[in-house]
Unconditional design. Sequence first.
Length: 563
Amino acid sequence: MNELHNMEISSASPKKKNFIYEIIDDDLQTNKWKGDVHTRFPPEPNGYLHIGHAKSIFLNYGISEDFHGKFNLRFDDTNPSKEEQEYVDSIIEDVKWLGADFEKRIFFASDYFDQMYQLAVELIKKGKAYVCDLNGDEIRSSRGTLTEPGKESPFRNRSIEENLNLFQRMRTGEFRDGEKTLRAKIDMASPNINLRDPIMYRIVHEEHQRQGKKWCIYPTYDWAHGLEDSIEKITHSICTLEFENHRPLYDWFLNELGMHHPQQIEFARLNLNYTVMSKRKLLQLVKDNYVDDWDDPRMPTISGLRRRGYTSEALKDFTESIGVAKRDAMTDISLLEFSIRNDLNKRAQRAMAVLRPLKIVITNYPEDQVEELEAVNNPEDASMGKRVLPFSREIFIEQTDFMENPPKGFHRLIPGGEVRLRYAYIIRCDEAIKNETGEVVELYCSFYPDTKSGTGTSTKKVKGTIHWVSASQAVSVEVRLYERLFTIENPASDENWLSFLNPNSVEIITGALVEPSLSKAKIGEHIQFERNGYFCVDSKYAINERLVFNRTVTLKDSWRPKK
């Protein structure tokens, strides 16, 4: 290890962001891995990535970056019945979007199938693996329990020659699915059930999305995972806590084979309330059309969050703020929303949008006049400049900004009351026009010419300020208001979890109006609709110049499930 590398390591040492950093720091100090730090993110391509995966990506890539190491993206594609190229493509896109640079280090477990097969043969020759004729149910029932040992398979003591012959015949397709398996020969009385002769290979006559028809036997995850880490010379194999009891099995395989032995470190996975994180449950939501697709903005998938308007920077800030723990816990989704607001507050352009329009006619304003008013694009960043707002005799405000019989503390528009129009004038409500059902459909108001925002000479003051858009120049758009997908904090804990889907998780508004500056808004652009929340242009439904805005997050945490 050269002097420069020593200097780089010492510069990383003071970070100590979490207990994993401390372990790696100690390893570097003792030269355990000859100064190397090599991590990976190993998803199975059987679904889209979710925010829990984002935490793992940020952790693994962050370690490689902070300790000047390497980072691999590797697909555990060992189950052809559930894996698709669509999932591979989406995962690559998500990892890149999150900013994790795997350079050219993208690998697939299927690339190691020949090597894994030969390693299995090696274990058979050592008398450490055997072909078993028990079916899946019989294997499960013979495993025993946490308090009772398992029962040995009647095929456990086949000769090495017979096992080699049968395993070869398994590979050539002589047997049906499930007719035989290859199992490790370890200890059926082990207190760790994972060591009770686990399955290494099963027969699956199904075409692999990368390997085609080459194989009809496929390695199990437990057999393949540790080998992949070893083959790639991973130094720190960082997993979530559910793999802690599998670690002795990975150790056993690598020890028996005398292979490079990465250090596995477990951490608590990310659990968010008001959602589910299980791929199986997420797949069911998609397949049964409870959501539009994997990228539905209500989903906790990275593609869904991206489409909703979340930023990779905000997701990283969120995962760092909750830290890396050794015990599972439930994280409040409001913490995620806080990180999103904090990030978008600095980057999002402000604009005015009226979601549910109520028309105002300013009776003393000239009929044909259109006045250009100046508005700040972002008060947090002067470099974002200003924009022009057209103001005219007829405007629209939010329906909720007018009340005939307001409660105490209502500082918006009321009959005979006054309010300031944002960046414009103070107006007074003179008359409310109603339809035949008694619903207010239009307001007649008057304005005070000397109260123009920024340049007015009047000393008149009002308590309320509301947003508006000009009736003649406003752009009609569709707005989608997203809420939390479930009505209870931990839906996954109930077997009837689908019964807690929030029926009001999305509201589609087709008659919203936005100021003309948004007529050219681009897909993914972040905008704060003043007083309404943060929004972005939708990437799926905004087609043929049709603008659809998704609400990313409200301006404050005020969500309550509607009954």
